[in-house]
Design a protein. Sequence first.
Length: 135
Amino acid sequence: MNLTFFTFFKAISLILRLAKQKSQKRMEIETLQNKVKALQILNSNYERIAVANSYAFDSSNSVVTEPTKIQLFQLFMESLFQSFDSAVSASEMDQLSRQIITWMEISCKPEVIFNVVSTVSWRLTYFSFYVLLLM
């Protein structure tokens, strides 16, 4: 009788543990499904942006050379870093995280990035024109 009770108790314990694991797995599945939905929404938004931007740019413009692309990217990144460096100066990790997030929320808005790219493009164009004048 003692062996039967022990076996019964062990079976109940196993069933409860498996039920708990099943519940955890369902929660994990639900979380992953929500992440997949969020990523699908982001993907569709980026696809729409890409399509809209492909119509916005005229393909008849002259071809941009690799050195020009590199210069444009370098100027863009330098501009972003200057903004980042002046806004983020914490020594503790939690304060640093807050400052980075705040900087990103302010400095990485599409209109701000557009202004940075426009300014950088203008500087690059002006510099290229100036170099041509010197030749």
